[in-house]
Design a binder for this molecule. Structure first.
Ligand code: GLY
Length: 422
């Protein structure tokens, strides 16, 4: 089968590697891909957001299945467009991907269906948002309604910080129309857990839990990033917590989307906080998380293609999905300065040596005219190791990451070591 993966980061590298293991995949393409993905799949220079060009290319090249991984093309309706052209595609349709594309939609959904989450106010006017922030005090969370490259959430520790976030988003149009409306939320406390779940519109099959580390610096300090590292499973996600999440959050969310005429077929990302009052939803995403995907898929034993097809066919209940009884850790090696400004084009050394004991997923890499692999983004690599337990996985990832260097490289030194651990 000819399969196309849409996207070009570390998550897509992990997806490509998993699909390449399927005996049924005869040709694997990735658009646009990156220098590492090019070692597993044939890269096609089409931007992930160009729906028309993607559909045209897939048709012309006889692609038989497309896996749409990133948020933007899902929100733009790439799955709808591919299916309309007769090409089977994995991922939620536009009307279900809105669960990530609009925070206002997701908050209204949770309120209507009594799904536990933080109390919030939806604001469409800057003055109203500023007044609300002042009346509630800090800490407080300001979220842009729409997609903002993972940068649309500010956890403000002071009222002044919250006011600045409101002004940037609403008045300053920092994220364009995505920030024209905001959600202002109470700050929750407790360990954060990610649960990615395969969904087929009716059934929900959670993957092993994971934990992302969103802040740029050690000790969960500094600005929010797309994610500086992930572990799987999360030691805080006990069987009791998992049962509550399934009953109070996962199944009600899938049922709510179905009841609204928006059945969700794809990977539903539950960003959870284990608060003293029980698990609550911090955010939904309509896709695999990055870098959670790199850690979680490293534990998958079942053929990923079979699972993706079952999601699309509504037959997840007929499939047994097997996972390694092990743990995984993905460390992000980032460009100095990320998530603000950073330089690109620095040669990367040590990839081969690191690859002997871990899997090095490429996120922001390219090949220069001399054929060298160079940095080409904020998050550059995701060094991922599997171990019998979390400590072994973490040690394995750090050991391999020490082989790699590039100018300005930044790595957190405490991935998997923060947060409550029993
Ligand atoms: N790691 C967070 C995300 O993928 O949104």
């Amino acid at each position: 089968m000819k399969v196309l993966v849409v996207g070009g980061g570390g998550r897509e590298h992990a997806i490509c590697q998993a699909l390449a293991r399927s005996p049924r995949v005869t040709r694997l393409f990735c658009a646009p891909g990156n220098a590492g993905i090019a070692q597993t799949a044939e890269c096609v220079p089409i931007p992930a957001t160009d729906v028309e060009a993607m559909v045209r290319w897939a048709k012309e090249h006889g692609v038989e299945f497309v896996m749409v991984a990133p948020d933007d093309p899902l929100a733009l309706g790439m799955v709808d467009a591919l299916e309309a052209a007769g090409i089977p595609a994995f991922g939620p349709r536009k009307n279900a991907a809105i669960i990530e594309a609009s925070k206002i939609f997701s908050k209204n959904l949770m309120e209507k269906y009594h799904i536990p989450t933080a109390r919030c106010k939806i604001c469409t006017e800057e003055a109203e948002a500023l007044a609300y922030v002042r009346s509630r005090g800090a800490p407080i969370v300001v979220k842009a309604d729409g997609l903002a490259l993972g940068k649309g959430v500010v956890v403000a520790q002071t009222v002044e910080e919250a006011e600045a976030a409101v002004r940037d988003m609403m008045g300053g149009k920092k994220f364009g129309e995505a920030g024209a409306r905001v959600v202002i939320e109470a700050c929750m406390t407790g360990p954060e857990v990610t649960v990615l779940a395969f969904c087929d519109g009716a059934h929900v099959v959670p993957m092993p839990s994971s934990q992302d580390h969103k802040r740029a610096f050690d000790g969960d300090q500094g600005p929010n990033t797309g994610g500086m590292g992930a572990i799987s499973p999360s030691p805080n996600y006990t069987p009791e917590v998992a049962k509550r999440c399934m009953e109070e959050i996962f199944l009600p969310t899938a049922a709510a989307l179905k009841a609204e005429g928006r059945p969700f077929q794809g990977v539903l990302y539950f960003g959870l906080m284990l608060t003293p009052d029980g698990p609550k939803v911090v955010e939904y995403n309509a896709r695999f998380g990055d870098p959670e995907c790199q850690a979680v898929l490293s534990l998958l034993e079942t053929d990923l293609l079979e699972i993706l097809e079952a999601c699309r066919a509504g037959t997840l209940d007929k499939l047994e999905i097997r996972w390694k009884k092990a743990a995984a850790c993905c460390l992000v090696l980032a460009s100095g300065g990320y998530p603000a400004s950073y330089e690109k084009g620095f040669p990367i050394s040590g990839l081969e040596e690191a690859g002997r004991t871990a899997v090095v997923f490429h996120a922001g890499t390219a090949r220069n005219s001399a054929g060298q692999i160079v940095t080409n983004g904020g998050r550059v690599l995701g060094v991922t190791a599997v171990g019998a337990d979390l400590d072994q996985a973490i040690d394995g990832a750090y050991g391999a990451a020490r082989c790699i260097s590039f100018s300005g490289m930044h790595v957190r030194t405490d991935i998997g070591r923060t947060g409550k651990r029993p």
